[in-house]
Ligand binder design. Structure first.
Ligand SMILES: CCCCCCCCCCC/C=C/C(=O)SCCNC(=O)CCNC(=O)[C@H](O)C(C)(C)COP(=O)(O)OP(=O)(O)OC[C@H]1O[C@@H](n2cnc3c(N)ncnc32)[C@H](O)[C@@H]1OP(=O)(O)O
Ligand SMILES: NC(=O)C1=CN([C@@H]2O[C@H](COP(=O)(O)OP(=O)(O)OC[C@H]3O[C@@H](n4cnc5c(N)ncnc54)[C@H](OP(=O)(O)O)[C@@H]3O)[C@@H](O)[C@H]2O)C=CC1
Length: 279
């Protein structure tokens, strides 16, 4: 039974979720499977992937160890899914990440590491799934997880560049591969309170995070997963080439409104005094 969508909504679909062993990827795998999809979770470590599958009561989940940066591993893993299931309807490019550090301290190797993971890994997965399964099979859907604010991610220059690249990939391929009925979109979350977010970053960054969101709270993995489910369902059939932002309005404005410095003397939002006409 799913909290939001009707039972059996995704019956018969085969989905790959990269980074399905934790956080957003794990919850997405669980939600997709609860709607009837057979989900294959990809990641570098077997244990968390197996744990995800253990959380899927229907058993419609399978763990595949695959480093999305390695072309040969991606090819073999996608071939395996196709051999076992004969189709791939949905690819969720969720695996990704970065380290937080000022741009001037990022080494060439560090920059390359993040670009390889986020941008090249997404490309390798998307290309392999499209050419092996979706083009021959008459279509499919790809959803890639990116990040806001789209105005730039200070302290995460490498990730910022890679996420813009992924969104551009999804938009461009939505035009090129429309002729194969492949629909590609990006979901751009703001800050989601996953275990990794809460434990990986410096405490002052994590503790101050909710304050930077107009809604004054972090998102949940479910809120991202439900949008993936919607796109995978018939409700998403005409959505392609879009970037769907889910970030409590952080993309539009950094911080709650009104900020303290803009409060009037009465503690209310500052308001200009209307001038007489003609002045
Ligand atoms: C007003 C405020 C505005 C703020 C705007 C920004 C808001 C952003 C909100 C943030 C919300 C986002 C959250 C998330 O994404 S949470 C999920 C994150 N999950 C992950 O990051 C998981 C995946 N990540 C990783 O696997 C690793 O972090 C990594 C991407 C680095 C890849 O790991 P890998 O094992 O492949 O790489 P290595 O550890 O071997 O490192 C390779 C080289 O990379 C450089 N490096 C790595 N870590 C650091 C570091 N901490 N500092 C500096 N450099 C680093 C380095 O060159 C490594 O090579 P060397 O080991 O030889 O030095
Ligand atoms: N949490 C947040 O606030 C936000 C997160 N995002 C993005 O959403 C996605 C999920 O985030 P979240 O759940 O928080 O993060 P997690 O760190 O929990 O998830 C990242 C997953 O990616 C897998 N992964 C990492 N590198 C590779 C690789 N080379 N090949 C295959 N799998 C890999 C990891 O498993 P393993 O280590 O076993 O390979 C892990 O399961 C990421 O792309 C993240 O950057 C975007 C906006 C906000």
């Amino acid at each position: 039974m799913n909290e939001i969508f009707r039972d059996g909504l995704l019956d018969g679909q085969v989905a790959i979720v990269t980074g399905g062993g934790s956080g957003i990827g794990r919850v997405t795998a669980i939600e997709l499977a609860s709607l009837g999809a057979h989900v294959v979770v990809f990641g570098r470590r077997e244990e968390p992937l197996t744990e995800t599958c253990a959380l899927v009561p229907s058993g419609r989940c399978e763990a595949v160890v695959c480093d999305i940066r390695e072309e040969d591993e991606v090819d073999a893993a996608v071939d395996g899914v196709l051999a076992r299931h004969g189709r791939i309807d949905l690819l969720v490019n969720n695996a990704g990440g970065q380290f937080l550090t000022p741009a001037e301290l990022i080494t060439p190797k560090g920059f390359r590491t993040v670009i390889r993971l986020n941008l090249e890994g997404t490309w390798l997965m998307t290309h392999a799934v499209a050419t092996k399964a979706m083009i021959p099979g008459g279509g499919g859907k790809v959803v890639s997880i990116t990040m806001t604010p789209h105005t730039g991610l200070p302290g995460m220059t490498h990730s910022s560049a890679s996420r813009a690249g992924i969104e551009s990939l999804m938009k461009t391929l939505s035009i090129e591969w429309a002729r194969f009925d492949i629909r590609l979109n990006a979901i751009a979350p703001g800050i989601v309170g996953t275990d990794t977010f809460l434990t990986k970053y410096p405490s002052q960054f994590v503790e101050g995070a909710a304050e930077t969101v107009p809604l004054q709270r972090l998102g949940t993995p479910e809120q991202i997963a439900w949008m993936v489910c919607q796109l995978a369902s018939p409700a998403g059939d005409y959505t392609t080439g879009s970037v769907i932002t889910i970030d409590g309005a952080r993309d539009n404005h950094i911080g709650a409104w009104p900020p303290e410095r803009e409060l009037g003397p009465d503690g209310k939002p500052a308001q200009e005094v209307r001038r007489p006409r003609g002045r």
